[in-house]
Design a protein around this ligand. Structure first.
Ligand SMILES: Nc1ncnc2c1ncn2[C@@H]1O[C@H](COP(=O)(O)OP(=O)(O)OP(=O)(O)O)[C@@H](O)[C@H]1O
Length: 608
C-alpha cells in the first residue's frame, strides 16, 4: 500500500468536508421544499375552506370589504380620467416649457363649469372633423371675410389645443381682427384655427413676452398652425415679428420631443438664413428662449474657423445656419440632421433662389421627409419660387398679412425716388446726410446701400474724407470687421453704415431713421427688403432711392410698389416705362403675373 503523504490526508479531509457540506445543503433544501409544500397545501386548504365559507355566507364581512375596495378603485379611476379630460379641453396640457414644475402646473388648472366643458367638447368635436379633412386645393384662400370662425382643435403631435378663452370669443371679434389686419389664411386642412390675439391664449409657456403688448398679426395667425405641426408659409411685411413667429413654436416643438419617447439627443430644429449677420441675430433670439427651456443652440456660418462649430454641434438641439457652411459640415460628417423635425427657411424666397438652391436641396435631403415640419417665412414671395417651395413641403398652410400676393413694401415707410445722373450721386448723398444727420440729429442712424463691394468702399472713403463718422459692411471685409461695423452701428457709436445687400434682409437694427439706396439693387424684392431696415415693429421710416438710366429695367416694378404703398410716383420715373420684367427661376421657368399697382396695402398695427 502506498504511503499517504501529508498532502493526501489534507486532500481527503477536504473532500470529506466538501461531501459532508453538500449533503447537509441538499438535506436542508429537501426539508425546505417539504415545509413549503405543506405550507402551500395548508394555504390552498385554507382558501378552499374560505371559499366554501364565503359561498355559505359565513364570511359576508370580508366580501363586503372587497366590494367596497373595488368600488373605491373604480371611482378613483373615473376621477383621474375626468381630470385628464379637463386638462385637454382647457388647453392647459402640461407644457413642454413647464416640465420642470409639473406640481405648479397642476395646481394652476382652472376649474371648468359643466357648461364650459360641454361647449369645449362640442367645439373640439366639430373642428376635429374639419381638421381631418385634408387635401383641399392649395390655392383656395380663405380670406378674412370668408373665415367661418369655427373653433380649433389639437391636430398634431405637439398637441395644440385652442384656449377656452379664445374659443369663447365671439366670432365677430375674430372676424374683425382678421379683417383689420388683412389676414388671409389658405388652409388646405380646413382646421379653422383662430388667431392667438393675446399671449394669454397661448398654451402654458415660459416665454417672457412682457416687453410686447400683444402678438403681431403674423405671430397671432401662424402660431395655431405651426404649434399644431402643420407646414406653413408666412408672408408679412418687413419688421413684423416673423422671427418670433417661427422661434416660439420651434422651442415648444423641441421641448415636447424632449418629454416624449422621441427625445433622444441630436439636432431637432434647423433654421437657415441667407447671411451670417442674420443667422447670428436669429441665433441670439433662439438662444435666449433655448436657455429658459434648457436647450442648446449653435450658430453655423462661414468666415470663421470650423473647429468651435464642430464641437458645439455635438451637443446642439438647434442649429441656426447659413447654407454654405452648414452644407460643408454635413459633407464632412460633422452635422447630423437625421433627427431634424422642424426646419425653417427664413427669407425663404432668397433661400430658394438660384444662389442657394443647391445647398438648400442638400440640407433638406439629409433631413427626414415624413416627420419633418417645414416652415418658410418672408416679406416677399415671388411666383418664381413658389413651385420649388412646394416640393419641400406637405400641404402647407399659407398665411399672408396685408394682401401680399403681390409685392408690397411696408406702408409706414415714406419712399422718395430721385431720378439722378450717375455723377451727381456722391454730392446728393452728402447733402442728404447733412440734412438728416446735422446738428442735434448727429446720432440718428442712417443706412446707405450700394450694389457692389468696391462701390461701398469708395463711398465709405468719400464720406470719411468729408468728415463723416462711418462704418461699412460688405463681402470684401473680414467677418470680424463686419461684426464690429454692425455692432458699432447698433450701439450708436457709429450712426452711419455703408452696406451692400449682405445687410438688406432681416437685420433688426433699432431706430434706423433713414435708408438711402445709392445704387438700385438687382431685384425689386431686394428693394423692399433694403428699405425694410427702417420703419420696423410699427414705427415709421424713411427711404431715399437714387434711380438712373442704368436701372430702367426696374422702373415698372418700382412704380407698382410705390403705388401699392400710396407713395408718390415721380414723372421722371414714369418716363422709363411701366413694363414689369418677367422673373424666371433657373429650374422652374417663368411665373409671370402682371402686378396691379392700384391695389393698396393694408396698414398693420402693432398695438392692438
Ligand atoms: N409681438 C410683438 N410686438 C411688438 N414688437 C415685436 C413683437 N414681436 C417681435 N417684435 C419686434 O419687432 C421687431 C422686428 O421683428 P423681426 O426682426 O422678427 O421682423 P421680421 O418680420 O423678421 O422682419 P424682416 O422681414 O425684415 O426679416 C423686432 O425688434 C422684434 O423684437
Amino acid at each position: 500500500m502506498a504511503k499517504r503523504t501529508i498532502e493526501d490526508v489534507e486532500a481527503e479531509a477536504e473532500a470529506e468536508a466538501t461531501v459532508t457540506e453538500t449533503e447537509l445543503i441538499s438535506k436542508k433544501k429537501k426539508k425546505d421544499r417539504r415545509e413549503k409544500g405543506s405550507k402551500k397545501s395548508k394555504i390552498a386548504v385554507g382558501e378552499a375552506a374560505l371559499a366554501i365559507e364565503s359561498s355559505n355566507g359565513v364570511s359576508a364581512d370580508g366580501d363586503r370589504k372587497k366590494r367596497k375596495n373595488d368600488k373605491r378603485e373604480k371611482k378613483e379611476k373615473k376621477n383621474r380620467k375626468e381630470k385628464e379630460r379637463k386638462l385637454e379641453e382647457s388647453g392647459d396640457v402640461p407644457d413642454l416649457m413647464d416640465i420642470d414644475k409639473p406640481e405648479k402646473l397642476a395646481g394652476e388648472l382652472p376649474k371648468l363649469s359643466k357648461e364650459e366643458r360641454k361647449a369645449a367638447r362640442k367645439a373640439s368635436k366639430e373642428s376635429g372633423g374639419k381638421a381631418a379633412e385634408n387635401g383641399a386645393a392649395l390655392d383656395e384662400t380663405v380670406p378674412a371675410d370668408k373665415y367661418n370662425g369655427a373653433i380649433g382643435v389639437p391636430t398634431s403631435t405637439s398637441g395644440y389645443t385652442e384656449s377656452l378663452e379664445l374659443t369663447n370669443l365671439p366670432k365677430t371679434t375674430v372676424d374683425e381682427y382678421l379683417n383689420k389686419h388683412a389676414i388671409s389664411i389658405n388652409d388646405p386642412h380646413k382646421s379653422n384655427l383662430r388667431p392667438v390675439t393675446s399671449f394669454s391664449y397661448l398654451p402654458p409657456h415660459t416665454f417672457d413676452f412682457s416687453v410686447f403688448a400683444a402678438p403681431t398679426p403674423i405671430q397671432a395667425a401662424t402660431w395655431p398652425y405651426t404649434l399644431s405641426g402643420y407646414d406653413c408659409i408666412g408672408v408679412a411685411e418687413t419688421g413684423s415679428g416673423k422671427t418670433l413667429a417661427f422661434a416660439v413654436p420651434a422651442i415648444r416643438h423641441i421641448s415636447s420631443l424632449k418629454t416624449s419617447s422621441k427625445g433622444s439627443s441630436g439636432v431637432k430644429v434647423v433654421v437657415v438664413s441667407p447671411t451670417r449677420e442674420l443667422a447670428m441675430q436669429i441665433y441670439e433670439t433662439m438662444e435666449k428662449f433655448s436657455k429658459a427651456a434648457r436647450l442648446t443652440a449653435v450658430c453655423i456660418y462661414g468666415g470663421v474657423p470650423k473647429d468651435e462649430q464642430r464641437q458645439k454641434l455635438k451637443r446642439a438641439d438647434i442649429i441656426v445656419a447659413t447654407p454654405g457652411r452648414l452644407q460643408d459640415l454635413i459633407d464632412e460628417g460633422c452635422a447630423d440632421l437625421s433627427k431634424v423635425s422642424y426646419l425653417v427657411l427664413d427669407e425663404a424666397d432668397r433661400m430658394l433662389d438660384k444662389g442657394f438652391e443647391d445647398a438648400i436641396r442638400r440640407i433638406i435631403s439629409v433631413t427626414p421627409t415624413a416627420s419633418r415640419q417645414t416652415l418658410m417665412f418672408t416679406a416677399t414671395w415671388p411666383t418664381s419660387v413658389r413651385d420649388l417651395a412646394a416640393t419641400f413641403m406637405k400641404t402647407p398652410v399659407k398665411i399672408t398679412i396685408g394682401d401680399r400676393d403681390d409685392l408690397r413694401a411696408n406702408i409706414r415707410i415714406q419712399q422718395t425716388i430721385e431720378v439722378i445722373d450717375q455723377r451727381a450721386k456722391e454730392q446728393r448723398l452728402l447733402s442728404l446726410l447733412r440734412q438728416h444727420q446735422g446738428g442735434t440729429q448727429k446720432d440718428d442712424r442712417i443706412l446707405v446701400f450700394c450694389l457692389y463691394k468696391k462701390e461701398a468702399t469708395r463711398v465709405e472713403m468719400f464720406l470719411r474724407s468729408q468728415g463723416c463718422r462711418v462704418a461699412a459692411i460688405h463681402g470684401d471685409l473680414s467677418q470680424a470687421q463686419r461684426t464690429q461695423a454692425l455692432s458699432r452701428f447698433k450701439d450708436g457709436s457709429c450712426p452711419l453704415l455703408i452696406a451692400t445687400d449682405v445687410a438688406a434682409r432681416g437685420l433688426d437694427i433699432p431706430k434706423v431713421k433713414l435708408v438711402i439706396n445709392v445704387t438700385f439693387p438687382l431685384t425689386i424684392e431686394d428693394y423692399v427688403h433694403r428699405i425694410g431696415r427702417t420703419g420696423r415693429a410699427g414705427a415709421d421710416g424713411m427711404a431715399y432711392t437714387f434711380f438712373t438710366e442704368h436701372d430702367k429695367a426696374h422702373s415698372g416694378a418700382l412704380v407698382n410698389v410705390l403705388k401699392a404703398a400710396k407713395q408718390p410716383v415721380p414723372e421722371s420715373l414714369l418716363k422709363f416705362g411701366t413694363t414689369v420684367k418677367k422673373k424666371e427661376h433657373s429650374a422652374y421657368g417663368a411665373f409671370y403675373k402682371e402686378t396691379d399697382g392700384a391695389k393698396v396695402a393694408t396698414k398693420i398695427k402693432f398695438d392692438d
